[in-house]
Design a protein around this ligand. Structure first.
Ligand code: HEM
Length: 390
């Protein structure tokens, strides 16, 4: 890949989704920020270098909420369940995040450990050596959806339907389907909030209702949006930490062997896998309220900015030989969980699930291998999410 036009013209094409990293390398080499037009005709400034990505995410003049920033353009298919913290700026963000943090504590997550281990063992125990399986289907998807559903209190029988709808949300499926999805989810969570209010349980949603009743009330819409955010953020990402991570290891056999020989590397390896094949790759969106200077480029006020977290994580100015997977690499402050006030609230849970998932897989099925050439695998055509179709 070489040249400006080639790199930006390749963005969001089928070839890009199949192999985003070479296009992102070209974008990084070219400029600190570059204005492109999305397939939906929106103008966005793409930021692909580490230092600039971090600077944008830490800049208080760069906002999450388009309405408060006065920008004219919108990211694709902005959903309506939007009264949640990830779409807010201070002071609303501060208030919502504080309330959730109070209920979604490190202690609550640590208490999940035995249950996550149990779910993992159960899923892997259903397979046998020699089976040819779609690992996403039998493991990478059911683990996080079960964990987040149990945490929130979503019933078992509703989970398959959730997968279908949340897939639709991130697959760029068009405004009608997106709207149908949002309506379904809004109705589902509204009913669930009412049920938990009447009959609270041990789950996170009940805790959120209780927290909000103690002090600063969360409105009905805020509770419903929060549940929606946690469910979608809690599994569309972790599924791809597992899927992308397993693929990365299987296609770098010396790294896989290194890790299997010394599982004390696991903690660092999970961070490296998050860096190397970031599940949230060509995201996140922000809106400028003032001109933002990024190296020799000034992004004007009122612009939409797309921070390429996965691209930034492969910047050689951030870590040496960044295009190489190295499970012994000391964690270097990757941006896979974002940065600044919106840094992933679920990161401790995602890390815990990742560690348990990789440890169990590598010890239960140490000889697992790909059933087809890696080049035959298809990647999802999703702007925010980098993950395999199957
Ligand atoms: C925010 C990635 C797992 C809940 C974020 C952001 C990223 C991210 C990049 C920041 C987005 C932005 O700035 O626009 C990931 C990845 C995960 C993961 C890669 C798994 C490997 C989870 C889990 C949960 C969760 C398991 C919840 C159970 C959230 C929430 C926010 C968030 C609530 C919004 C925080 C805020 O706005 O203050 N995540 N996430 N995430 N994530 Fe995660």
């Amino acid at each position: 890949m070489s040249g400006t036009e080639t790199a930006s013209a390749s963005l969001f094409t089928p070839e890009f989704f199949q192999d985003p990293h070479s296009v992102q390398a070209a974008l990084r080499a070219e400029a600190p920020a570059r204005e492109v037009v999305t397939p939906h005709g929106h103008r966005v400034w793409v930021v692909s270098r580490y230092a600039e990505a971090k600077a944008v995410l830490a800049d208080p003049t760069v906002r999450k909420n388009r309405a408060s920033s006065g920008a004219a353009t919108a990211p694709d298919g902005a959903p309506d369940l939007s009264r949640h913290m990830l779409s807010m700026d201070p002071p609303d963000h501060t208030r919502l995040r504080r309330l959730v943090t109070r209920a979604f504590t490190i202690r609550r997550i640590e208490l999940m450990r035995p249950r996550i281990e149990e779910i993992t063992a159960d899923l892997l125990g259903r397979l046998s050596p020699g089976d040819k399986v779609d690992l996403l289907d039998v493991f990478a998807f059911p683990l996080p959806i079960t964990v987040i559903s149990e945490l929130l209190g979503v019933e078992q029988e509703d989970r398959a339907e959730f997968r279908r709808y949340s897939n639709a949300l991130i697959s760029d499926s068009g405004p009608e389907e997106a709207q149908a999805t949002v309506s379904w989810m809004a109705a589902y969570f509204t009913e669930m909030v009412a049920a938990k209010r009447a009959d609270p349980g041990e789950d996170l949603l009940s805790a959120l209702i209780e927290t909000s009743e103690d002090s600063d009330r969360l409105s009905e819409q805020e509770l419903v949006s929060m549940a929606f955010l946690l469910l979608v953020a809690g599994h569309e990402t972790t599924v791809n930490l597992i899927g992308n991570g397993v693929l990365a290891l299987l296609t770098a056999p010396e790294q896989l062997e290194r890790l299997k020989a010394d599982l004390s590397l696991l903690h660092a390896a999970v961070e490296e896998l998050l860096r190397f094949r970031s599940p949230v790759n060509m995201s996140t969106f922000r809106f400028t309220t003032e001109p933002v200077v990024l190296g020799e480029v000034t992004v004007p006020a009122g612009s939409t900015v797309l921070v390429g977290l996965g691209a930034a994580n492969r910047d050689d100015d951030h870590c040496e030989q960044a295009e190489r997977l190295d499970v012994t690499r000391p964690p270097s402050g990757h941006l896979a969980f974002g940065h600044g006030i919106h840094h992933c609230l679920g990161a401790p849970l995602a890390r815990l699930e990742g560690e348990i998932a990789f440890r169990s897989l590598l010890t239960t099925y140490p000889d697992m291998r790909l059933a087809m050439p890696a080049s035959d695998l298809r990647w999802r055509a999703s702007v925010p999410i980098h993950g395999l179709v199957e």
